[in-house]
Design a protein around this ligand. Structure first.
Ligand SMILES: Cc1cc2nc3c(=O)[nH]c(=O)nc-3n(C[C@H](O)[C@H](O)[C@H](O)COP(=O)(O)O)c2cc1C
Length: 170
């Protein structure tokens, strides 16, 4: 499978530890993994100009870093959304990347999704998980798994091992 991981964190920290654990497991199973660092990209919010659904024929009028993400939406068999929790939701960068799928409607090939969330406090995940579940249902993606780590992810070897094993079993 071709797996695209959209990492919404701007840092190399807890979310990256989860992403790397997932990528290691998936690669061990022979999957092709691409990590897109959307947290560090310049991706603006949708303008609702409808250029994409008219003259643009599936392309966005905004020529920003979303051009680096769009091929993954078109070619990946699985999309993994990863983010730190920022005020009870995914980061604004990841939210923008998720919403800009509007230009093509739905990912062309993807059938599965997963969610990796990191946070400082124990359970701020409700909003992010609700958005993810509604979004994946709307896009027709099967939720393969949701993983969360509160605090220092590098110190949670058991949880990282769980993520690695999950990805290896895909
Ligand atoms: C702007 C901002 C908002 C945050 N909001 C929350 C929050 O609502 N709940 C929480 O538990 N942690 C919150 N955090 C902490 C991060 O989610 C947490 O440190 C996370 O592990 C950081 O991931 P990273 O190492 O990939 O950057 C926030 C951090 C920042 C910078």
């Amino acid at each position: 499978m071709k797996i695209a991981i959209l990492n919404g964190s701007p840092r190399t920290g807890n979310t990256a530890a989860m992403v790397n654990a997932f990528a290691e497991g998936a690669k061990e199973a022979g999957h092709e993994v691409e990590i897109l660092h959307v947290g560090r990209m310049k991706i603006a919010g949708c303008l609702a100009c409808e250029y994409c659904h008219g003259k643009g024929e599936g392309t966005c009028i905004q020529k920003d870093d979303m051009v680096k993400v769009m091929p993954a939406y078109k070619e990946a068999d699985m999309i993994v959304y990863a983010s730190p929790i920022y005020y009870f939701d995914v980061t604004a960068q990841l939210a923008a990347a998720m919403q800009r799928v509007y230009a093509i409607g739905k990912p062309a090939k993807a059938t599965k999704a997963a969610l990796l969330l990191s946070s400082a406090s124990p359970n701020p995940y409700g909003g992010a998980i609700a958005t993810y579940k509604d979004m994946t249902a709307y896009l027709g993606l099967e939720d393969a798994g949701i993983f969360t780590i509160a605090g220092d992810a590098a110190a949670c070897e058991d949880k990282l091992a769980e993520i690695r094993a999950f990805a290896k079993a895909l």
